[in-house]
Write a protein that binds this ligand. Structure first.
Ligand code: HGY
Ligand code: MN
Ligand code: MN
Length: 420
């Protein structure tokens, strides 16, 4: 069975998808349920149909493209990732796992391989938190990890609910139908760029992911008192932005104080009202993201941030509201699937290293319902979530080849691989 990946075709498809964006090239912006997202979905579905896959979509827009196996009633083997992209992003985050997964299936088809278990390519809806505040909406709903009644009510900045946005995009039916039946998949593998510098620095073509860090995010709304930037004297001010600034610096120091390199924290959103240079900020909203592979250490950072908020609010005479957006446990990948990935690397002579993922992925949630592991490929300087994100056609090709080998092994398996 000679497995060969068509690197140039895959590179071309990634380029085309990368150009389906709300922003001019080389920037990729493709926020869930926008016109660009729907065009991107249509592009991927068309490629899947051309590969003879059976395509369906669920009520939240997760797309499933199935290569039906010789024993179609067996739990299938899943692979896939996302195609939505944050503002000012690159063109490889997520898409390598979707188009690479498709090319892995096509390479197996060309080699004459016939899967026993069906192989199904997923394109998850809304992996990014950009529009509705929490990431991995599609995979959370698939895993029953987000209650449909809660999901429906999530709102974007314009007050549009997830329910309205999805139905307007053409995805109808009760969200509660999204949840997958038990043992729907026997295993799941996601191919993704590392989004960090380690593989490139250590010159490994492949990373086999053994664990995925535990992400948490908060929204903090701060209410002070506005006023004229010239007329209000400093001692009389209740400046909401300065309170936010102190909290932001405390977020950084709380993360650094654990002394562990796996503890990271970011304040990525800061909205200042009224946003005029000569008007004291009366309202500020910040959103922050805290992660660690060790959940208790992460929760210790969250507690420290909450204590700082109390102290700053008292001292600066502002009111603030902390709204948790998500706080998820880490994922430990299934040893049996990790082994299959390592064997697939060895079969094709690729060096690899075991590693954790500090970025979260849909695999973080799929791993709660199906034995899951991930394959990483290097990206240039580890850059991601920025337009100069880049992975070479060779690196993508190697990852796709290992994925194809792993899918072949997993789809021929007699028993469901053991859960982590
Ligand atoms: O934020 C993340 O880790 C992912 O890229 N959404
Ligand atoms: Mn991302
Ligand atoms: Mn991603």
């Amino acid at each position: 069975m000679k497995l060969e990946v068509d690197q140039s075709r895959l590179a071309q498809e990634l380029e085309t998808l990368g150009g389906i964006s709300e922003a001019p090239s080389p920037v990729t912006t493709r926020v869930v349920f926008t016109e660009a997202d729907l065009r991107g979905r249509a592009f991927v579905k068309q490629l899947c149909r051309e590969a003879g896959l059976v395509v369906r979509e669920d009520a939240v827009g997760n797309a499933f493209a199935r290569w039906v196996g010789t024993e179609p009633d067996l739990p299938a083997v899943g692979t896939g990732s996302h195609i939505d992209a944050i503002p000012n992003a690159g063109r490889y985050d997520g898409t390598v796992g979707v188009l690479g997964g498709l090319e892995a299936i096509r390479a197996l088809q060309r080699s004459g391989f016939r899967p026993r278990r069906s192989i199904e390519l997923l394109t998850f809806t809304s992996e990014e938190p950009t529009r509705f505040g929490i990431g991995c909406l599609g995979s959370r709903l698939l895993g029953g990890l987000l209650d449909a009644s809660v999901g429906e009510q999530l709102k974007d900045k314009n007050g549009t609910s997830l329910d309205d946005a999805r139905t307007h995009a053409g995805f109808t039916g009760p969200l509660s139908d999204v949840r997958l039946p038990k043992d729907y998949y026997s295993a799941f593998v996601e191919l993704h760029i590392e989004q960090g510098p380690i593989l490139e620095a250590r010159q490994f073509p492949i990373g086999v992911v053994t664990a995925i860090a535990a992400p948490a995010s908060l929204r903090i709304s701060i209410e002070g008192e506005g006023g004229h930037a010239g007329a209000v004297l400093m001692p009389d001010r209740r400046d909401a932005f300065l309170a936010a600034a102190e909290i932001a610096l405390a977020v950084e120091s709380a993360a650094r104080s654990t002394g562990a390199e796996d503890t990271v924290a970011t304040v990525g959103v800061c909205d200042v009202f009224p946003g005029a240079v000569n008007s004291i900020p009366s309202r500020v909203r910040i959103e922050l993201d805290v992660r660690d592979i060790d959940q208790s250490r992460r929760d210790g950072v969250l507690r420290k941030i909450a204590e700082t908020c109390d102290e700053v609010a008292r001292r600066r005479r502002v009111t603030l509201r902390i709204q948790p957006l998500n706080a998820d446990p880490p994922a430990h990948c299934a040893p049996a699937v990790v082994n299959v990935l390592s064997e697939a690397c060895e079969t094709h002579g690729f060096g690899f290293m075991y590693m954790i993922s500090r970025a979260y992925h849909d695999s973080l949630f799929l791993s709660r319902i199906v034995p899951t592991a991930m394959l990483f490929i290097p990206c240039r300087s580890g850059f991601s979530h920025r337009p100069d994100e880049y992975a070479s056609p060779e690196a993508i090709g190697y990852g796709t080849l290992v994925l194809a080998e792993a899918l072949a092994r997993l789809s021929g398996q007699d028993v469901i691989v053991n859960h982590a």
